[in-house]
Structure formats: C-alpha cells, structure tokens
Write a protein that binds this ligand. Sequence first.
Ligand code: AMP
Length: 270
Amino acid sequence: MKILRTKNDLKEAICKIKNLGFVPTMGSIHNGHISLIKKSKYKCDKTLVSIYVNPKQFNNKKDFADYPRNRIKDLNILKKLNVNFVFMPSTKEIFSEKRVKKILLPKNQKILCAKFRKGHFEGVLDIMDRLIKLINPSYTFMGEKDFQQLFLVNKFIGKKYKNIIIPCKTVRNKNFLALSSRNFLLSKKDLKQAGQISKYLFKLKFSLKKNNKFNNYLFNKKKELQKKFNIKIDYLEIRNEKNLTTLTKNKKIRLFVAYYINKVRLIDNF
Ligand code: AMP
C-alpha cells in the first residue's frame, strides 16, 4: 500500500492506471467505508482511498476540531484490505491553487443540510472537484448515507469529468443505526438511543407510504420524537428521491433527518 501526501507523488503513482476506483473519506474508517472500498476493489483494477478532514465543509470550528481522527488505526485497516493507494494531503497541498470562480450553491438547493449548515456543501463540492480532477478515477464510490451529498456531487461534479459516481447502500449496526465516524463521539447510552431513533424512523417511513398528507403528520411526528427522546431535530422531511424536491405525489420518496444527541449531529435517510 502506497501512502501519498503530495500531488506530484500522487500523479506519478497513478498516471499509468486505466481502471482506478476512488473512495473519498474523512477517515475514522468503519464498515460503511469498508463496504465502499470492497465495491471498488471488485469493480476496479486498483483502489485509491483518500483521507482528508476538509476544514472548508465545517461550519463550526469546534465540530472540525472534535471530528474523530485515527490515522494509525485507519492505515492498518486499509493495509489489511489491500488498498493500493492512500492519499493523505495537507490543507496547504490540496488547496494550493486558488479557485478563479467561487463555488456557490443555487438558491433552490439550500434545503435539508444546506439550509442548516451554511457553506457546508460548497466546501464538499470544492474538495470533491479538486480530488476528482487530480485523481481522474474511472469510478468514485459514495454512500447513500449522505444522500444529499451524493446528489449534489453527482449533479455538479459528476458530469464535469469522465468519472462515474457509484452510489452504495447504507451500512447499519445491529441496532439499525447508520455507521458514521461521528458515532465514535457517542457514549454507549447515546448509541443505544440513536438505534432506537433509527428504528422509530424506519417504521415511520413505512407508515408514510400510505399517508399522502405528509406535512402535518411529519410536524406532529417531529414533536413526538423530540419529546420522546429529548433531542433537537434540525429537520424531518419527506422528499422526492430523484430530485430532492417536495413534489412527492406518486413518486419514490425518502425520509430525511438531522438531529443532535449530546451535541453530536447525526444525519440519516430511509
Ligand atoms: P465520510 O468519511 O463520513 O466523509 O464518508 C466517506 C464516504 O463513506 C461517503 O461517501 C459516505 O457517504 C460513505 N459512508 C459513510 N457512512 C456510511 C455508511 N454507514 N454506509 C455506507 N456508506 C457510508
């Protein structure tokens, strides 16, 4: 496994590879990331994993500082998986070139997490654009766990390069909680409660299929959930799975949620 820290080393290492799979991560590798890596290894000749905690996508300095980091453990896991390359750039390295045109999210996309985390997706799109341009992969593997991220990267970056973005199913633990690096910040008690919330939301999604008047129903469910688990909820919304609009009648729908357990913000969709 080659560990690459500079753009030059990266270019030199991968320039001759035809069918390269790319798995972008912020590290603290868990089974969700591993499922993406396994998919890439199956589909591609070589796999490159990036580990970079991107400060530009954090709208809160403390959240960035507290984000779990565990490089030695990460590298051990990736080595055991026979990953070919790990790209771990510094901020100076990856952001050395100034952008001529600032990335701005259109107004109609300021929904869900974009509404509650100012500048978050602009930061995500910036780093993903830089990474994909640099790595030039054949395929990039991304999780449905971060559905809005997957949607926006596909919409604004996917078509810019020849790279194809492959959506991957959310991996959950035995309590049905979606795996996330942020789960490492939760106590045992919090994890149990987050699992109960996931089960509640999973059932809620299926009850919604029969119910067309989502708005009032969800408003009440949000209140009920807040009270039952004593949590702060940023949003609990049903959206059209294809374009994330609120046009949901006779369309495939998804339930989106963002909430806080002990100041740790979790997101999921069902
Ligand atoms: P992150 O390190 O959180 O930025 O995630 C890196 C990639 O892994 C993103 O494409 C995520 O959507 C994906 N991912 C994170 N958690 C999961 C999960 N539980 N199941 C599947 N993919 C995941």
